[in-house]
Design a protein around this ligand. Sequence first.
Ligand SMILES: O=c1ccn([C@@H]2O[C@H](COP(=O)(O)OP(=O)(O)O[C@H]3O[C@H](CO)[C@@H](O)[C@H](O)[C@H]3O)[C@@H](O)[C@H]2O)c(=O)[nH]1
Ligand SMILES: [Mn+2]
Length: 892
Amino acid sequence: MAESDYVPLFETKQVKGRLLFRCIAASIFLGICFIVMYRSEEKLRDGLGLDCFFLSYGSVFIGFSPPFEKELPGIDIFVCTADPLIEPPSMVVNTVLSVMAYDYPPEKLSIYLSDDGGSDLTFYAMLEAANFSKTWLPFCKKFRVEPTSPEAYFRTASEALGDAVNVKDWLSVKKLYEEMKMRIEATIKLNRIPDHIRKQHKGFREWDFVLSKHDHQTILQILIDGRDSNAEDIEGNPLPTLVYLAREKRPQHHHHFKAGSMNALIRVSSRISNGPIILNVDCDMYSNNSKAIKYSLCLFMDEKKGDEIAYIQFLQSFDNLTKNEIYASSFRVLQQLELHGLDAIGGPCYNGSGCFHRREALCGKKYEKNYKVDWKKVSDAKADESATFLEETCKVLASCTFEHNTTWGKEMGLIYGFLVEDIITGLNIQCKGWKSMYLSPERDGFLGVAPITLLQTLVQHKRWMDGHLQVFLSRYCPLLYGYKKIPVKLRLAYCPYNLWAANCLATLYIVVVPCLCLLKGISLFPKISSPWVFPFAYVAFVHRAYSLNEFLWCGGTFRGWCNNQRMWLFNRTTAYFFALFETILKLLGYSQLNFVVTAKVADNEALKRYDGELIEFGATSPMFDILATLAMLNLFGSFGALKKVILDVDEDLQVLDKFGLQILLCFVLVTINLPVYRALFFRNDNGKMPSSVTYKSIIFAMLACTATMCFAASIFLGICFIFMYRAMFFPVGGKAERWTWIGLFLSELWFCLYWFFTTVSRWNSVYRLPYIDRLSQRFGKELPGIDIFVCTADPLMEPPSMVVNTVLSVMAYDYPHEKLNIYLSDDGGSDLTFYAMLEAANFSKTWLPFCKKLKVEPTSPEAYFRTASEPVNAEWLSVKVNLILISCTHIV
Ligand SMILES: O=c1ccn([C@@H]2O[C@H](COP(=O)(O)OP(=O)(O)O[C@H]3O[C@H](CO)[C@@H](O)[C@H](O)[C@H]3O)[C@@H](O)[C@H]2O)c(=O)[nH]1
Ligand SMILES: [Mn+2]
């Protein structure tokens, strides 16, 4: 092709404001340098959890010119579902219908549903969808429906305009949809397929062999065969192919969650339609822009830059967000800024949903320099066997054992063994030389369902963070694995995501320690009056102000940003913390991979509270225990601070100066936690904190506070709770049990009383400090005489050499010797002892001056010479020899 013929199908533009961002980042960096300087000077360390961030923005805008219709490639669309209870089939149907209605030749579209729930309810819903599509697709075309999910469309669209015929048409389709939805929901309520429906399709017979969700054969049904000329909508246009697949599941075979189901779909679809482009959506993420396929083809089919692209990730949005997004589920900044930044330095990651893949790349092909696709050739590769034949022959591709001894899950398809199969697969593809791109058309490409309760959100985050950290600690760690394969910048840019979970430690430290130190009176930050306070204040303020600005810039609200900050705290202190532990346990082999599917439903009351932006705490979970305890801790810390400040009025506001930043931090945390206090103490609805959490949080927080301030008091508090437990759970049942309980109670009571007595001697311990200098200064000559009594009884058991040492030691007191009188009482009446005393009397003449001269301590010769170091001089030696002589005589 001549250079001049080249008409680019897309254009890349730079995002504005990059210079401003760089300036702000540089100034924050400077601030951080000062903080580090302060810390190293003060020899204080704390875990100030400042996100280090480096962003670079890039953006893609599309100059759209339609490619040639006939050359358009086939597109295989994969929808994954896993559980009909938390992913309602009526929702799945909407997603499927929305992607069937893409503005694209229907004969080139094949939609595959993977049902990991293996549920006939979902299968039935798909049959309904297949049927309704015959009306829905022409309707979409006629009224230019957008979005093409009937539920979403009818929820927002007002009645059709135009003539009476149109209005009638419009209303009848709406009615048809509502009837279908009612039928589907009725069967869900019934929780089984009624017999008359069962007879309508051969596929239901498969469920005669299904033992359970985890134990069944492959079920593959081609619901609409797009090649069949009878597959027509009500206006005689062809329909897209629609396939239902529940891959084989057996308890003894690991199914690898979503990655496993995607790989089964890749193989099955390769036999049936083999579209060179694969679109993957989660079952809750409907198509919101019917042009999305064409948009992505503009990139894939660009003659210069298209061939190196492996996947095109669309921005993910959610259609159930409230105005201020209480659970911060929009990922506004990540979606609208960070991913564009990644796009500029090598490509966005694959985010699991709303992503178009090049089949070859997804199947493990390495990018080669002169790789070129001939779209004419690949555009028609469909099988020509009959549907029934395909159903039978393709089953084996989705069996448990098919992947044994193959590279599926390692080199081919989605990669196994990670909770973020999407991220790791995307990274792996990038490392094979492919590029990826990011698209965010003005009208969102896809809309998903964000979690509706706090616990759902935390559990989802836990899975992601767990998965990311797992990637970082595996051989796929982008820093190493990407070496020489992807740009350094991209490798670095992966890290903040991979290390999200590791944020928990620094955050917990910042939330707990300054507050406890405040109670204890330890200052951790520079005084308000010191210039060092400036970098701290600057970094904290500018960093947050910038974040707020960014959030608003991405279309969020101020309260939304505040909620974001709260979720930042909640996630880091709970979900990330658990994720960190789980990852470590997994590394050590104590825990197994578990993909907890996010629920897409909640009961009506909870939904109402969600719409009213009231945080849902109504569940028991260790995560809530932590949240509530931390909130209480900060509350106590603030009370303690208030008390200090109030008592401090006459001391020139010393406390405020010394603890200003710490108090501020504590108050900020209390403000963030306001909804927690409300849920703990003031709410009456089902979304309030369970009372068990309330009690626990108060106990834990008090224990932590008292333990910091006073250790014994915390044990006392602990004991009180032990007794409370004994009293509250006193067994009402059998006599024997009751007596055992009482016995146990008495034993505990005994130990506690005993412990209490041991504390008596410790409560008010004191020590005395005599001033000897003052004594001699004042009394010099008036010092009293001291009589020293030494008692011995038996020369055999109390060797005279020992007695001699005692006597010599007291003779040598640093006291006027003329005022000292030593008396030895010998109850053994032994002449041996008497002899030893004579020796002592003699030796003392040498010993006492020796002691004075060398400041001997202790003054017992035996003890002194045992420990004292080398002889100081000859005199020393002679004294020692003399001493040895005494003991020798005794032995004789
Ligand atoms: O054994 C399983 C588990 C899940 N799914 C499907 O995987 C999708 C994602 O599950 P969901 O619970 O909604 O997870 P999210 O946290 O919302 O998903 C994001 O993060 C996941 C990785 O953690 C990716 O798999 C998803 O594509 C991505 O949208 C859903 O369609 C499920 O039906 C399966 O098909 N089989
Ligand atoms: Mn989801």
